[in-house]
Write a protein that binds this ligand. Structure first.
Ligand code: PEP
Ligand code: MG
Length: 325
């Protein structure tokens, strides 16, 4: 199998019926070795900037951040790099910034909420990302957006930062794409409205499952209820992709589901445009896609969307796999 995987490594991800999708990699940890991934993957679908903040003993300055983002953008030689703005709160903390304790941190001051509250912090990061956009194909993504109002504010800050850079004659990409994570159910419900105001979505299944099924992603006692094959999650993903495509916007996925070979036929059938996963999953998912066809996968999706439980969906997908062999 290793040899068969090696043969696919640096080829584009292509299904058995010749359909290509973008396979990207998730990154963020400084110690992560992404050597070789620049050839293997089509880009970075999620750069988690929080690790840069967590591994520092102070708020990284604009120049410190710029240096990291610029290196990343240049290393990828023009392939897209989606940089996500700071996603702390919830389970992620900073040693040098004591946030007030909350009884429901995952429903509290987290991610974009925190950034819109701490505007200097947010603008420093936006300026650093924008400056890096002059050195590659950088896209900006906001985490945990829940309301259109948050999106408007985050975009306004981006515009302000652009205006400042222009006035200072500092280079950046005027057409930098702006997208949001689709990881809160309100974004699924309002997908048609959000789609008019973003360039792209990236589905964060890790949180989308937690918020759709009301299951704490860190709580082992309810881990048996945490499943992205739940029909409510599948329908959410499906309807988001349809709404985005109606507006001509692309949809990625950077939650764990994107790298799961079992989920691949469902995501392929839904028309997911960009799949982003941890580095070790890329070759395996490329291989998996090479065995699938869009037509057959669509038949499976139709069946799956008509089932009642996650267990039924899993069983249907496994059964379908066996029938394909
Ligand atoms: C997600 O929620 O699926 C995601 C990719 O973001 P994180 O795991 O960093 O919350
Ligand atoms: Mg998330």
């Amino acid at each position: 199998l290793t040899e068969r995987l090696a043969a696919f490594k640096n080829e584009p991800a292509r299904t058995a019926d010749g359909h290509t999708v973008e396979l990207a990699v998730n990154a963020g940890m400084a110690e992560e070795k992404l050597d070789g991934m620049v050839d293997e993957a089509d880009g970075v679908g999620l750069f988690r900037t929080e690790f840069l903040f967590m591994q520092s003993d102070h708020f990284p300055t604009e120049d410190e951040q710029f240096h990291v983002y610029k290196q990343l953008a240049s290393a990828w030689n023009g392939k897209p790099v989606v940089i996500r703005t700071l996603d702390i709160g919830g389970d992620k903390e900073l040693s040098y910034w004591q946030l007030p304790a909350e009884s429901n941190p995952f429903l509290g001051m987290r991610a974009i909420r925190l950034c819109l509250h701490e505007q200097d912090l947010f603008k420093t990061q936006l300026r650093a990302i924008l400056r890096a956009s002059a050195y590659g194909c950088v896209k900006i993504m906001f985490p945990m957006v829940t309301t259109i109002d948050e999106l408007r504010k985050a975009k306004a800050f981006t515009e302000q930062s652009k205006a400042e850079l222009r006035a200072e004659h500092i280079a950046f990409d005027e057409n930098v794409e702006i997208g949001i994570m689709a990881e809160v159910p309100s974004v699924i419900q309002l997908a048609d409205r959000f789609a008019k105001q973003v360039d792209f979505f990236s589905i964060g299944t890790n949180d989308l499952v937690q918020y759709t099924l009301a299951v704490d992603r860190m709580n082992e006692k309810v881990a048996h209820l945490y499943d992205y094959f739940h029909p409510a999650v599948l329908r959410s993903i499906h309807s988001l992709i349809q709404a985005a495509h109606r507006e001509g916007k692309w949809v990625g996925m950077c939650g764990k589901m994107a790298g799961d070979p079992l989920a691949a036929p469902l995501l392929l059938a839904m028309g997911l445009d960009e799949w982003s996963m941890d580095a070790p999953s890329v070759a395996r998912q490329k291989f998996r896609l090479s065995t699938l066809t869009v037509g057959e996968s669509k038949l499976l999706l139709e069946k799956a969307l008509d089932l009642d439980t996650a267990a039924e969906v899993r069983a249907a997908v496994k059964h379908w796999n066996q029938s394909q062999e």
